[in-house]
Ligand binder design. Structure first.
Ligand code: NAD
Length: 494
């Protein structure tokens, strides 16, 4: 049984209840996990609150050394964690290794911040006076994450929170609780003091709600669906908390007539069907200029046919399962909605039975999609690509931006003018040129516009903003009263 980690102790839920984590490839139980109740959330927040003072006073370079140890342990355990990740979440093993690698990269990056955490000084308006602005930690931070990147996404949040001097209560998705618990073991082994990072696991919404509503939680970093994110923001907003939201996407690749054809085909397949279409940056709309469209569709059908579905642990598998039965059924429902709206299934469009085990869906190409159809507007979060034809680059950009979401977009063109126009006009948080919609690196800000986010970014140095607030400090060493904005006049006028 996998226990929760509260105040440096491994504990059962206070009701002694458990829930199962299921392998989506074969429906085996990966493990039984402690089920946290409201009382356990209370204990976790209290332990984070108690640990805060000594952690914030620990020199940031020392905090960084602990993160370096975390990075090293993740490196040492990379293969074992990747295998577990595939079993618990389903993504193919090469991608699971990428998930863990992202956390390693982020740990090294944020460990380095332990010797930066840059503030600034600026000139002041009066003599014998000094001014500076420094970053201060927020206090107890709640980290709430989805299941699709069970190691990478929490690492984008927990590492910057800790390096800045905050303490954390982490609630992983109930679909991938074991990865959350194994992540906590890495921190424990790295020597993180008790209470600085706590993990609670629970199905349902009660534990997450209790965490969001707790008076001692000052900041909330959430990744998940737009519906959940906006609900959390509503509650937290009323309580005056800082909330950073990373939510849904409806990402598009545009291919104009002069594109590098083979490159575009490879990138579309990877972005649309990698992680079984369950990446927040997955390409779910393909915007094709009319000249290239027929040949490109034909090539995509041929290549999609060859994709092998199966257990992600087999190196021969290209596409793993969806996370659970409900997700698979939702994907199938959307294909039906698309057909009812007038779209045609070129390939796929069926549940893949896999001998009656697991939650597989055939990679699907929907042709004849119009920009306003539901399959072009709503997040499906599965291996379904909606193809939309356009006449020009301008129309492509307009279709790309006509979305409630704004995470990532991409364009394939060999024309430098078109590339620069796209960089300027594609209204998403991430833009790729001659690269699919997936593949962000941790040193740059990550996040989206419109319904994808609320103006915050993760990763890079921007990732520190959520977990710090500014303190401005003025030091007057003149020995007399100097009044800002009043006594400055005397200086100017002699
Ligand atoms: P979800 O919204 O169902 O759940 C996310 C987390 O919120 C889970 O831990 C869940 O237990 C918790 N939760 C649910 N209700 C809650 C409540 N009322 N209060 C507090 N916590 C609550 O999302 P999911 O199905 O786990 O993940 C898929 C979604 O995540 C997709 O929409 C995807 O686009 C999005 N996502 C976005 C990004 C990004 O960076 N923009 C990255 C990965 C995933």
């Amino acid at each position: 049984m996998y226990q929760n980690y509260i105040g440096g102790h491994w504990v059962n839920g206070s009701g002694n209840a458990t829930f199962a984590s299921i392998n989506p490839a074969n429906e085996d139980v990966v493990g039984q996990v402690a089920r946290a109740e409201a009382a356990d959330v209370e204990a976790a927040v209290e332990s984070a609150y108690r640990a805060f003072d000594s952690w914030r006073l620990t020199p940031a370079p020392r905090r960084g050394e602990i993160l370096y140890s975390v990075a090293q342990i993740l490196k040492d355990r990379k293969e074992e964690l990747s295998q577990l990740l595939t079993r618990e979440m389903g993504k193919v093993i090469s991608e699971a290794r990428g998930d863990v690698q992202e956390a390693i990269d982020m740990a090294f990056f944020m460990a380095g911040e332990g010797r930066r955490l840059l503030g600034y000084t600026a000139p002041v308006e009066l003599p014998n006076k000094f001014g500076m602005a420094v970053r201060e930690p927020m206090g107890v931070c709640a980290i709430i994450t989805p299941w699709n990147f069970p190691i990478a996404v929490p690492s984008w949040k927990i590492f910057p929170a800790l390096i800045a001097g905050n303490t954390v209560v982490y609630k992983p998705s109930p679909e991938t609780p074991i990865l959350g618990i194994e992540f906590a073991k890495v921190f424990e082994e790295a020597g993180l003091p008790p209470g600085v990072m706590n993990v609670i696991t629970a199905p349902g919404i009660e534990a997450g709600q209790a965490l969001v509503r707790h008076a001692k939680v000052r900041a909330i970093s959430f990744t998940g669906s737009t519906q959940t994110g906006t609900t959390i923001a509503g509650e937290a907003g009323k309580l005056g908390k800082k909330v950073a939201l990373e939510m849904g996407g409806k990402n598009a690749i545009t291919v104009v007539d002069d594109a590098n054809f083979d490159l575009a085909v490879d990138a579309i397949l990877w972005s649309a069907f990698g992680t079984t279409g369950q990446r927040c940056t997955a390409c779910s709309r393909l915007i094709l200029q009319k000249g290239i469209a027929p040949k490109l569709k034909e090539a995509l059908v041929e290549r999609t046919k060859k994709l092998r579905l199966g257990d992600g642990l087999l190196e021969t598998t290209d596409v793993g399962p969806l996370i659970n039965r409900a997700a698979r059924d939702k994907v199938h429902e959307y294909v039906g909605i698309g057909q009812a709206e007038g779209a045609r299934v070129l390939i796929g469009g069926k549940i893949h039975e896999n001998g009656g085990k697991g939650f597989f869906y055939e990679p699907t190409l929907l042709d004849g999609v119009a920009p306003k159809m539901r399959v072009a507007q709503e997040e499906i979060f599965g291996p379904v690509l909606s193809m939309i034809e356009v006449g020009s680059l301008d129309e492509a950009i307009q279709v790309n931006n006509d979305s409630a979401y704004g995470l990532s977009s991409s364009i394939f063109t060999e024309n430098v003018n078109a590339a620069f126009a796209a960089m300027r006009d594609l209204a998403t948080g991430i833009v790729y040129i001659n690269h699919g919609t997936t593949g962000a690196e941790i040193q740059f800000p990550f996040g989206g516009t419109r319904g994808t986010g609320n103006g915050h970014r993760e990763a890079g140095q921007a990732g520190l903003e959520v977990f710090t607030e500014w303190k401005s400090i003025y030091i007057d060493f003149s020995g007399r009263l100097q009044r800002a904005q009043i006594d400055t006049d005397k200086l100017v006028n002699g």
